[in-house]
Design a protein. Structure first.
Length: 114
């Protein structure tokens, strides 16, 4: 271990009292760095979990709402297709509208399909 090597050098090369104090300071600083490292690792794990959640949500949005339509009520893109209906104007020509329900507010919006 690094501290053992430093301690050996202290005993071989100088005042044990002065160098011993330096070694104690080094141990204290190493302990603080180890605690900081543990905290940073925990923060990184939390960030990775958040990124994973956001990626999952984005994939769900892309799957459920590939056109990127937005809710008429709140503007959210978190829509799920819940049905369809004939287009009010072009229904006689076989044109349909997708019924999309907004997950956050529950409003139903209609979008003409290609």
């Amino acid at each position: 271990m690094l501290l053992k090597q430093i301690e050996t050098l202290i005993n071989e090369r100088g005042s044990a009292a002065v160098l011993g104090q330096h070694l104690a300071l080094l141990r204290e600083r190493i302990g603080a760095l180890e605690r900081e490292n543990a905290d940073l690792r925990a923060q990184a794990q939390e960030a990775q979990a958040h990124v994973q959640h956001q990626g999952d949500q984005l994939r769900r949005f892309a799957q459920d709402n590939p056109e990127g339509w937005r809710c008429d009520g709140c503007g959210s893109a978190d829509l799920a297709r819940t049905g369809s209906r004939p287009d009010p104007t072009f229904g006689a020509l076989g044109i349909k509208q997708a019924a999309m329900t907004c997950r956050p507010c529950g409003a139903v919006s209609y979008f003409t399909l290609d």
